[in-house]
Design a protein. Structure first.
Length: 348
């Protein structure tokens, strides 16, 4: 009989080899951005301050809400180039209806002070209607999402500009009601730290969207449609209905973001929202939302937005040339798309 003791197979610990290539593929974009952030801090250590942190969070809050709307559509396998113009439309509607009653350049001179909820809901409803029409073009008439969103981008900008010119003759809409400004720009203090209200609104929206994506049949169907439309159809998923609902939710988020953005900046013109959709798409890609569809997390979207806001503010803070900033951001986006494509190829 052998005196050697053998370890039962069930107790044997199998070592999983560390795959450096896979690790770099999954985390390369974050490594690059962390290195860039370290470089910014080395150039100017004052970048690390509570004031800057609060400013970045306030700027990022509306962008998070917009990006979450765009992300749902990307997860479906589409895209939305009209998001920024929807935000702008909601913003000028809100600003025009919430000017202070004693403001001399008030657009609607005889309009009484409205409850904040009325312009907010009006802007959201308008954006939801346009998003529903947008979704119908994609789901019912099978128009490519890129083309449909490009068309609605122009339509929304036209509506936004016609309303702006007709109501205001081209001047910025200012003199906002103090209640409106306080609702958006206000803050409460927690242990001596100023916490902006707008950050709380973005947090609530993020929690709601996270719940929808992860704990409802709508969220499951959204991932199923984006992952494999044919399989989802065979499984009994109503693809058209899922598409329309996701677009309508996106529209509601654009409307709310537009209300907040006009209040945050203190005025509105028909240029409000310009380019926001590109920032949102870029943040989604950097945050791990696959342009191939079917993959994406709320936490990743938030991370992507924060990364871009930190980079934007950080490069400005250390005085980097605006043209060089565009080069850096463009390179980051291209790098993120390349990583996403490689992941898709590897998965196939």
């Amino acid at each position: 009989m052998s005196s050697k003791m053998t370890t039962p197979p069930a107790l044997t610990k199998e070592k999983i080899p560390f795959d450096l290539k896979n690790f770099l593929l999954n985390n390369a974009i974050y490594i690059v951005l962390v290195l860039l952030l370290i470089a910014i801090i080395m150039v100017n250590p004052q970048f690390l301050s509570i004031t800057n942190f609060n400013f970045i969070l306030s700027q990022a809050s509306t962008r998070v809400i917009i990006a979450l709307g765009v992300a749902g559509i990307i997860v479906l396998g589409g895209t939305d180039l009209s998001a920024g113009r929807a935000v702008g439309l909601a913003g000028i509607i809100s600003a025009s209806l919430l000017q202070s009653t004693d403001y001399t350049l008030r657009i609607f001179a005889d309009l009484p002070a409205l409850p904040l909820i009325m312009p907010l809901l009006l802007g959201i409803v308008f954006c939801m209607i346009f998003s529903m029409l947008h979704a119908a073009m994609v789901a019912k008439f099978k128009i490519a999402p890129f083309i449909a969103s490009l068309g609605f981008q122009l339509v929304l900008y036209g509506v936004q500009s016609i309303y702006f010119d007709a109501m205001n003759f081209g001047s910025p809409i200012g003199g906002l009601d103090r209640r409106y400004s306080n609702f958006v720009q206000g803050a409460f203090h927690l242990g001596g730290v100023r916490v902006p209200y707008i950050v709380i609104y973005a947090t609530i929206v993020s929690i709601v969207i996270w719940f929808i994506w992860n704990h409802t049949s709508l969220g499951q169907n959204m991932y199923a449609v984006g992952g494999n439309k044919e399989s989802a159809m065979i499984s009994g998923v109503n693809i058209s209905l899922v598409t329309i609902i996701i677009y309508i939710i996106a529209g509601a988020l654009y409307g709310f973001a537009g209300f907040l953005e006009a209040g945050r900046t203190g005025s509105a013109t028909n240029s409000l929202g310009f380019g926001y959709e590109l920032d949102a798409i870029a943040a989604c890609v950097v945050g791990g939302v696959s342009l191939q569809g079917g993959i994406g997390k709320v936490g990743g979207v938030i991370t992507g937005v924060l990364i871009f806001q930190v980079i934007n503010y950080g490069l400005n803070f250390i005085g980097v040339n605006p043209y060089a900033q565009s080069l850096v951001k463009g390179a980051i986006i291209l790098f993120a798309i390349t990583i996403d494509t490689q992941k898709y190829i590897k998965k196939r």
